[in-house]
Design a protein around this ligand. Structure first.
Ligand code: C5P
Length: 231
């Protein structure tokens, strides 16, 4: 058994609603690492832009907005919530309106640069599991473990529907499917940091895996990397 006090960096990327954040949260908790949902940071920026009715084609206004945005993560009882300028926005950022705006916002290079800088700061001491779209390819290119998660579209629609329901948010399954497919297309085809599998990432297709099974697979891969890192 390796000494799991030797902390590594774990990058988890993949398409929308394929369980990356759930896995990242479970893995971080098992290893006693920090978990950062980088998608929540892009959602927080999109929420601010929506709230202040900023035109995303007006780059000067978007850049000015970036200077007004302070994103943090804080515990609310046992759950980590996303905060924007001191307000808990965890539920607001999961709405369909934010989901529909977030990918165009995340395609703006100045937005990416601002958030990537913060993400690297959060990971400077290792012991972090971060999930997103460019974590293994851009944010932590030296991460000891990189995972690329996939699942069938049907399964992803099912999971997103349950997720929204559990937060008391409503959307039809057509809206959910369109939102997932559109986001994947924009995220994979944007010019700055498109979603792609890092060459050294391990692919996990979790369509047929339970939450516990996918955690076991990832945990064992992490233990191997921790052991290799000690040697
Ligand atoms: O992970 P989640 O689905 O909440 O991410 C929301 C959106 O944020 C993604 O569809 C993508 O446009 C953007 N994102 C990104 N880079 C990341 C994480 C998320 O561009 N590292």
């Amino acid at each position: 058994m390796p000494d799991i006090q030797q902390k590594i960096t774990i990058a988890i990327d993949g398409y929308s609603s394929c369980g990356k954040s759930t896995l990242a949260k479970d893995l971080a908790s098992r290893l006693d690492y920090i978990h950062i949902d980088s998608g929540a940071m892009y959602r927080a920026v999109a929420f601010y832009i929506l709230q202040h009715q900023i035109d995303i084609d007006d780059i000067t206004a978007v850049n000015a907005a970036l200077g007004q945005i302070d994103i943090s993560f804080q515990y609310v009882s046992t759950e980590v919530h996303t905060f924007l300028n001191g307000a808990d926005i965890e539920n607001d950022i999961r709405s369909i309106a934010v989901s529909n705006l977030v990918s165009p916002v995340a395609a703006i290079s100045t937005v990416r640069r601002a958030l990537v800088t913060q993400q690297r700061m959060m990971g400077r001491n290792k012991g972090i599991v971060m999930d997103g779209r460019d974590i293994g390819t851009v944010v932590f290119t030296n991460a000891e473990l990189k995972l690329f998660i996939t699942a069938s579209l049907e399964e992803r629609i099912k999971r997103r529907t349950l997720d929204l329901k559990s937060k008391g948010l409503e959307a039809t399954s057509e809206e959910i499917e369109r939102s997932i497919v559109d986001r994947d297309r924009i995220d994979s085809t944007r010019s700055d940091s498109p979603l792609r599998k890092a060459d050294d990432a391990v692919v996990i297709d979790n369509t047929q895996l339970s939450r516990e099974q996918q955690l076991e697979v990832a945990y064992h891969l992490a233990l191997i990397k921790i052991e290799q890192n000690i040697r």
